[in-house]
Design a protein around this ligand. Structure first.
Ligand code: FAD
Length: 438
């Protein structure tokens, strides 16, 4: 008789289009397992944890209540459960982030003779596979995207669970905390269908307008694998190139992190190790004002308050607030990245750290450092009627139209600007010159 298999879910919380699950189901009886691992849960922040718990509830429901939940270090837990049920194999979708890779190496070792089978990953093309002809990784997005498209990916896999025979074991309860967002595979597919049949047609222009609902809101679902990017890519038509490119950015940053795990914490461009940041008391106070959305710059404050209220922020505004923190307040990018990771429901190490580095000028693609966003003109351009600002900054609700972006026309109860943009811009440029020329 074939020994049972374990399907260890991690960032693949769905049943359809799931090659690892298909392979596990092929092996015979399957125990579906999720391990609550404090090494990942503790730094995740409450909003992301709550969303995860809801995704687990949805997966458990789809599995007829059979998802086995354990809590602890997977290196101890997975082999222990495998021994208990006499498993012949443990199936996973590959985790390519630094901690996941190292953990999986140790789990595989601890499993001894039990097969540890990695199939697929949370990406259309598993990080590390797209390479230049000389085998080197890509350092710039555009050629990566071209090679990624040429590489291609498999068609969405058919559902693998119809014939599976599930094993139930008594495990822990999923923590009760709930998210404000609908979670799980069904919710992800509905969010995708609404977007695909609506805003996708105007995505090229709509995506840059925080005052409109022009983006997919799929990031948190992609983060936990409630839907695989392959499923989205298969639905795209010619003309959906911009959306395809956004998914390619996600793949690119995962690839960068795979090749250089240190870039989660360190500057991708090491010349920035010499860059002067402000970290003293005044900088800490300004950082606090930024976190609370009280900088006196309307679009920055609206973004930071959207983050606190909804645990999500529009991409254009993420770029504006990140630029403001690094280039107007001169605070290290990793302070901002940490704040984002704590609050974002879609917080993802590869996308977050590398987007921050891109804005800070020390990342891939040599984003010219001197491209410093002007927080006033950005607001006027991308929130032209001021609706986005008024939605998140109650003190400005009485200010009509685009006047919300005029600093000298704002009411007294709104904070005064923490810094002068024109002055701080010059400070940043001088500091950049100092590392460029030494
Ligand atoms: P859509 O516009 O609908 O895009 C579709 C999908 O493409 C997104 O869900 C996402 O998976 C991917 N995508 C889009 N833009 C990017 C990008 N610039 N980089 C990588 N992937 C992208 N995205 C995260 O998923 N997690 C993060 O922690 C994160 N941190 C960020 C920090 C900063 C400073 C910046 C500037 C961007 C960050 N992003 C992050 C990228 C982007 O802002 C979000 O993916 C996007 O806003 C999510 O909304 P959406 O799903 O509606 O996006």
């Amino acid at each position: 008789m074939t020994p049972p298999a374990i399907m260890w879910f991690r960032r693949d919380l769905r049943l359809s289009d799931h090659p690892a699950l298909l392979a596990a189901a092929d092996a015979g009886e399957v125990l579906p397992l999720f391990v609550l691992d404090d090494r990942l849960l503790k730094p995740a922040g409450e909003p992301r944890r709550r969303f995860l718990y809801d995704c687990l509830r949805a997966l458990d429901h789809d599995l007829g209540g059979r998802l086995h939940i354990a809590h602890g270090d997977p290196v101890d837990i997975v082999p222990k459960i495998a021994g208990k049920i006499g498993a012949g194999s443990v199936h996973v979708s590959a985790d390519t982030a630094p901690y996941g890779r190292e953990r999986d190496e140790r789990v595989q070792k601890a499993l001894g003779d039990i097969d540890f089978v990695r199939i697929g990953s949370p990406y259309a093309v598993t990080p590390g596979r797209v390479r230049k002809q000389d085998g080197e990784p890509y350092r710039v997005f555009t050629p990566f995207r071209r090679a990624w498209l040429d590489h291609g990916w498999r068609k969405p896999a058919k559902s693998g669970v119809d014939s599976a025979r599930w094993i139930s074991l008594k495990g822990l309860k999923i923590p009760a905390a709930k998210s404000d967002y609908p979670a799980g595979e069904q919710a992800a597919l509905e969010v995708w269908q609404d977007f695909r049949d609506g805003p996708l047609a105007d995505y090229d222009t709509g995506r840059d307008r925080p005052d409109r609902d022009g983006t997919s809101h799929l990031s948190a679902y992609l983060r936990w694998g409630c839907v695989h990017p392959r499923t989205l890519l298969a639905d795209l038509k010619p003309g959906n190139e911009t959306f395809r490119s956004e998914l390619a950015w996600r793949e690119f940053y995962a690839d960068v992190l795979w090749h250089q795990p240190n870039t989660a914490r360190e500057n991708y461009d090491r010349k920035f190790d010499r860059f002067k940041h402000d970290t003293g008391k005044a900088a800490q106070q300004r950082f606090q004002a930024w976190c609370e959305g009280k900088t006196g710059y309307p679009v920055v404050d609206a973004g930071m308050r959207q983050l606190l209220a909804e645990n999500w922020m529009h991409n254009r505004v993420r770029m504006i607030v990140a630029s403001f923190l690094v280039k107007d307040l001169h605070v290290p990018w990793w302070w901002g990245a940490r704040h984002f990771m704590r609050h974002l429901i879609d917080g993802d190490l590869a996308s977050n750290q590398h987007n921050w580095q891109w804005v800070a000028g020390c990342g891939t693609d040599a984003a010219p450092y001197f491209r410093i966003f002007n927080p006033i003109t950005q607001g006027e351009k991308f929130d032209p009627n001021g609706d986005y600002v008024r939605k998140y900054v109650p003190e400005l609700r009485g200010v009509q139209g685009k006047t919300v972006h005029k600093l000298d026309k704002l009411p007294e109860e709104y904070p005064a600007p923490v810094v002068d943009h024109a002055h701080e811009r010059q400070v940043s440029l001088d500091r950049y010159d100092a590392i460029r020329t030494t």
